[in-house]
Design a protein around this ligand. Structure first.
Ligand SMILES: [Zn+2]
Length: 259
């Protein structure tokens, strides 16, 4: 089974990087049977839950926790986890504004551990041009919340059994996150939107070179296919074995998310 472990519920009715196609059509078009859909706020989470309940063979949920309203938010997501609708938690310190190794965040990791579900992090510098004036933030603080490699190390030292997925292979922090995945048994990397950071490298690297490099050092069991512009064909162009393709394109997500 082919699984895209990194898609967003906001892409349900079409986004530019899916050529404007509704997600169900896009799945068919690229030959993916199931998508892990991510929610980035409470509103998206309600849509996610409704969608996964409606199409349980096509989607599974990767939910959202509001750290500013931590305990009610955890309680709510726990209900969805028990129901099997949500199977992972997405954390985006850069957008949600928290320090990922702040002990205040521990209850999120502890919930994930108690249900043995993974947490997936956005990792990688993005230059957002606009700062939302309706939110209580200043640019400097935002940049300090990006999720730096040392912070992931702190969390993994604290919770070595936590399954932690670094999206975008860590983006510009690739080498650090690769080393983290070598050091910690439960750190994984996903292939979402690799073209962006690959093209920004000097010299640029292709999606294929990047995936092959990661597999060489951490093995195919630690790399998950994630989309956002990366399609299964991109992975299939790599010089890998059939078993390695199967791991990356579906078996790893199936195992980690218990699908
Ligand atoms: Zn994403």
């Amino acid at each position: 089974m082919r699984i895209d472990s990194h898609s967003h519920i906001f892409s349900l009715n079409g986004v530019e990087y899916h050529r404007g196609m509704p997600l169900l059509d896009y799945q068919k078009d690229i030959g993916v049977e199931m998508c892990g859909v991510i929610a980035g706020d409470d509103e998206e989470q309600e849509l996610l839950v409704e969608t996964v309940r409606r199409y349980p063979q096509k989607f599974y949920g990767i939910g959202y926790v509001d750290h500013k309203n931590l305990y009610p938010s955890l309680k709510k997501i726990e209900g969805y986890i028990k129901e099997g609708v949500i199977r992972g938690i997405k954390m985006h310190p850069y957008v949600q504004l928290f320090q990922l190794d702040d002990p205040k965040i521990n209850p999120i990791y502890e919930l994930a551990l108690s249900y043995d579900i993974p947490v997936i992090f956005h990792v990688g510098w993005l230059n957002f041009n606009t700062i939302d004036p309706t939110r209580d933030m200043i640019a400097d603080y935002r940049y300090s919340c990006m999720g730096f490699p040392v912070q992931f190390g702190n969390v993994m030292e604290r919770y070595p059994k936590l399954k932690l997925i670094a999206a975008h292979m860590g983006g510009n922090y690739y080498f650090e996150m690769l080393a983290m995945a070598e050091r910690f048994e439960n750190v994984y990397l996903d292939t979402a939107w690799l073209e962006h950071w690959g093209s920004h490298r000097l010299p640029p690297v292709t999606v294929q070179e990047w995936i092959e490099h990661a597999v060489k050092f951490i093995g195919s069991k630690k790399v998950l296919y994630g989309g956002e512009g990366t399609v299964p064909e991109d992975v299939l162009k790599c010089r890998l074995t059939k078993e390695q393709f199967d791991d990356i394109l579906g078996d790893n997500a199936k195992r980690i998310y218990k699908l």
